[in-house]
Design a protein around this ligand. Sequence first.
Ligand code: AMP
Ligand code: MG
Length: 402
Amino acid sequence: MDKLSPVETALAALLEGVAPTTSETVPCDEAAGRVLAEAIEARLDVPAFDNSAMDGYALHHDDAGQQLPIAQRIAAGSVATPLARGTCARIFTGGALPPGADCVVMQERVTHEDDIAAIPADLPAGDNVRRRGRDVAVGAPLLPAGERLEAAALGHLAGQGITEVVVRRRPRVALLSTGDEIVDPGTELSDGQIYNSNRPMLKRLLERFGAELVRVVSVPDDAAGTRDTLAAAALEADLVISTGGVSVGEEDHVKAALESLGQLDLWRLAIRPGKPLALGRLPGPAGRDVRFVGLPGNPVSCFVGAWLFLRPLMGALQACPALAELPRLPARADFATRTGPRRHYMRVTLELGNDGIVARAFRDQNSGVLSSCISADALAVIPAETRIEPGDRLDCLWLRVD
Ligand code: AMP
Ligand code: MG
């Protein structure tokens, strides 16, 4: 148990057997950021009818190169009547192409006098026409199960006239802060006390990952209090998270509480920052397993641990593949560093240089220095026992994602 576990082993143990939450129906208006529980098929063609992509004139392409009487006017939303050969229709963007027409010529290319338009020659059939079903055809897959509903997907649903969707219930998360020295902003600090930075930071990240925070409480640094709080949290949450108290000091009670109540799957990890990170299970309602993640107290360790472990776990709880892994970008280091036995996740900003992406490391990478996370675009992954020189290639995990 005292060996340091690699991230991949820890993640596999954490995700093993995680069941997604149940599903529920919500109005599309409230579905932003939610994860589809079922695939959706198109029930309408989009566009619903052939229509004009331009303000201009609709005609049959064989009538190009002639003076054509303007037989009708078709604005978006109006009904088109069949177009006789040898005539054209004034048409506006989004207007329905009249039966008999097969192309649109943009108005800038046409001169007209009274009701006669001089149409240029050589117009191909289909020009400036948005064909019915070009975007989606009835019966085609619209969105897959596991899709996280963001702007374009919400637009796509509305385009189908859909008003409600079946999504995963938001995972219920309990967020516990340990540490007798930790107080909430709004209270006066006494000697030796510090404010709780981890709580708002993790709340924000967890909400972005899809969580519903059901219990956000502080835990005293004592064995009984820690055990009681963990046990109670597991009865109402799908996931229990704590910060601090996972080292081996006399004031660190989380590991012992977890071992006495449930199961400690893994403890110390071969990463920097974030080595003392406890993963395990607590007994939930009806003996169901509830996942537990004990993050270290240092704010930077919490930040990194949240991206590496909480995000994929929230992905598994919502059956959402997009949350499983952070996008990886190759970059060149503009710094030198070396690692020991632990893999290092350095907070870096990324910039596009002449020769690809350049990763610049925040100057102080200490795990207590939260400033390093503020402008971090990515975590540069430096393998264990590695020496990096400026110009060396690095793998970076992109953080500017949901
Ligand atoms: P611990 O893991 O409990 O030993 O905490 C490690 C360090 O992180 C200590 O310096 C704690 O004071 C600090 N720390 C723990 N929890 C928080 C928190 N919620 N906000 C800010 N710092 C914290
Ligand atoms: Mg502590």
